[in-house]
Design a protein around this ligand. Structure first.
Ligand code: PAF
Length: 281
């Protein structure tokens, strides 16, 4: 596996791959790699000639300085994990100025409204930051396929829109949520949980499974009430729980016949913000 720490050498690598007509699969990350990331590479490996990943903790998508500072940075470990996985051909670890040559400014995008729902409302400007970094990475990596986890389902939809808006010829692939044995969705943030907190956090997935059992049987206001009750009995703080139309990501308060729905949840466990979601069927 080749490791690139600057834009110039990475760009030369991409030029060589393009000359050889290699199909490029790309999975961008912010590092602190876990089995969820590995599942992105596994999928990419099957569909591309070369698999590229990036590690870059993007400052413009954090709206909370403490969250940015506390975000785990484990680059050496990450490189070892990538080597061991044998799934990735090249990893790009750019410097801030490789991504933001004109200062750390984020662009403003109109994603058709989905940017204002859920995480967009909770973290103003977050998706402009994600759009800015992913646009720049797409321009530098020039992938044919790009892979994003469904854990950040709203982000996945934003990236699909981004590619549309920019008219880029990149196929976006959503990869199923990878879970710990307890059901807790894999996330780099899980590293910041104590063992007790980690154990307790399995209630998030258990709750989503209950919600799925109640789908089309119990009314949405009643489902919300039950979920709020579950979290009242827990140390964890429910930030939001809602059921949204999977296409518009708008919250709904009743189920229509021919639409598909997804439940979204955000819970604060100590100082760690955990997000999860589940397609309802
Ligand atoms: O999902 C992430 O890790 C990040 O939001 C991404 C897509 C790498 C952009 O910084």
């Amino acid at each position: 596996m080749q490791v690139f720490y600057d834009k110039q050498s990475f760009s030369n690598y991409i030029i060589r791959q393009k000359k050889e007509n290699k199909i490029i699969g790309f999975a961008p990350t912010m590092g602190a790699l876990h089995a969820g990331h590995i599942s992105l590479y596994q999928e990419a490996r099957q569909e591309n000639d070369i698999v590229v990943s990036s590690i870059f903790v993007n400052p413009t998508q954090f709206n909370n300085l403490e969250d940015l500072e506390k975000y785990p940075r484990t680059v050496e470990d990450d490189i070892k994990k990538l080597e061991t996985s044998k799934l990735v051909d090249a990893v790009y670890i750019p410097k801030v100025e490789d991504i933001y040559p004109n200062g750390m400014k984020k662009k403003h995008y109109d994603f058709g409204g989905i940017e204002n729902e859920m995480e967009g409302a909770a973290r103003p400007g977050h998706f402009d930051g994600v759009g800015t970094v992913v646009e720049e990475l797409f321009l530098q990596v020039e992938p044919d396929n790009a892979y994003f986890g469904e854990k950040d389902f709203q982000q996945l939809k934003i990236i699909e829109k981004l590619v549309d808006i920019l008219n880029l010829n990149i196929k976006i692939h959503g990869v199923k949520i990878h879970r710990e044995e307890s059901g807790l969705a894999m996330s780099s943030r899980n590293m910041r949980l104590s063992d007790t907190e980690k154990k307790a956090s399995s209630v998030i997935y258990k709750t989503l499974k209950k919600v799925n059992d109640w789908f089309r049987v119990v009314s949405i206001p009643e489902i919300k009430k039950r979920v709020e009750e579950i979290f009242q009995q827990n140390e964890m703080k429910l930030e939001y729980f809602l059921i949204a139309d999977e296409g518009t990501l708008k919250e709904v308060d009743f189920f229509s016949k021919d639409k598909s729905y997804r439940a979204f949840i955000v819970v604060n466990v100590g100082k760690v913000r955990l997000i999860d979601n589940m397609h309802l069927e």
